[in-house]
Design a protein around this ligand. Structure first.
Ligand SMILES: *Cc1c(COP(=O)(O)O)cnc(C)c1O
Length: 332
């Protein structure tokens, strides 16, 4: 795999830290827990979308676009980071926000919604679950075109094959870092949403023949549907990289035991995970993604799925700015 063939902007100057969580390891009494701090990537308040945007924005610039158009939920980290990349690159940004929970958009909401405004988003359109979001973005691009401007459409979560290269790069970085820090990685756990992070990591770990098992923890969809989405995107990403071996379906694991009642809706396990990581490791998770993924990690440890002495890496994909919009779900 030779990622340097693809144009890339750099928004994070150095590898994100790989840290051992001593307190949580001791508290849970299972495997050694490590964390890949992708909450510390560049752009405003960081998170996993920064790595995808490095490749996507490079393509937008190469095509001469002046506006980034994208879609996300009402507290989307992806929309916040797309707006941040636009500000940095002197581009405009237009958002379509999907009310996955009916009535969830509030113009005066805190969290990422406040940051959309601070980062200078040019317009926000609100859509409902079930609306044709791709058509909404196409319509924005067409209206920009009519004004002599040029939009570049980024799919939800930045999750197409080009965006997923950001997580192929993360897998390479992690494996190199583990070598330098002399950590034998036995397992990786990550949140699985629009699938780009999960698919990219899978292609990166498999393409380098690491044989490190990867477990995704769903935040929205039933297991079979999500595993289908991840596999499809992994195949497309592997094709973009001209990898010779197909990605095996047996390697795609996306557990749905910690989704709870639905996307962004709280669960007791999520609240426990957010509170444990904050109180014992001073690490801020979020309620929608990393809180549920960490609940999955903790649940798997309690089920005895990992052995003592094994090293399990939790990929922290960011999201803490949204905490301030979900205060009521968390307060003790
Ligand atoms: C988007 C997001 C995810 C999920 O990543 P996908 O690539 O969409 O699967 C996980 N954590 C956070 C904080 C996110 O914003």
């Amino acid at each position: 795999m030779h990622l340097a063939r693809f144009p890339r902007r750099r928004y994070t100057p150095a590898p994100t830290p790989l840290e051992r969580l001593d307190n949580l390891t001791r508290l849970l009494g299972g495997p050694d827990i490590w964390i890949k701090r992708d909450d510390l990537t560049g752009l405003a308040a960081g998170g996993n979308k920064t790595r995808k945007l490095e490749f996507l924005v490079a393509e937008a610039l190469a095509e001469g676009a002046d506006t980034l158009i994208t879609v996300g939920a009402v507290q989307s980290n992806h929309c916040r980071l797309t707006a941040a990349a636009a500000a940095k690159e002197r581009l405009k940004c237009r958002l379509v926000l999907e009310q996955r929970v009916p009535g969830s958009y509030r113009a005066d909401a805190s969290g990422n919604n406040l940051l959309f405004d601070l980062l200078g988003v040019e317009s926000i359109e609100v859509a409902n679950a079930g609306d044709d979001l791709a058509a909404r973005m196409q319509a924005i691009a067409a209206s920009l075109g009519a004004e002599g401007r040029k939009g570049y459409i980024i799919p939800g979560g930045g999750s197409n094959a080009l965006g997923a290269l950001g997580y192929v790069a993360c897998a390479q970085e992690l494996v190199q870092q583990a070598f330098e820090q002399q950590v034998r990685i036995d397992h990786v756990v990550v949140a699985s949403g629009s699938a780009g992070t999960h698919a990219g990591l899978l292609v990166g770990l498999e393409g380098a023949n690491t044989h490190i098992p990867l477990t995704g923890v769903n935040v929205r969809r039933p297991r079979a549907e999500q595993e289908g989405n991840v596999h499809k995107l992994a195949v497309e990403t592997a094709a973009l990289l001209k990898l010779e071996r197909p990605v095996e379906t047996s390697k795609v694991v996306a557990l749905d035991d910690w989704v709870g009642p639905g996307y962004s809706l709280p669960t007791p396990e999520m609240v426990e995970a957010v509170r444990l990581f904050a109180a014992h490791e001073a690490i801020l998770l979020d309620t929608v993604y990393t809180g549920k993924a960490a609940a999955g990690l903790i649940g798997l440890i309690r089920q005895g799925r990992f052995k003592r002495g094994e090293n399990v890496v939790f990929v922290h994909t960011g999201g803490s700015p949204a905490l301030f919009a979900y205060q009521k779900d968390l307060q003790s």
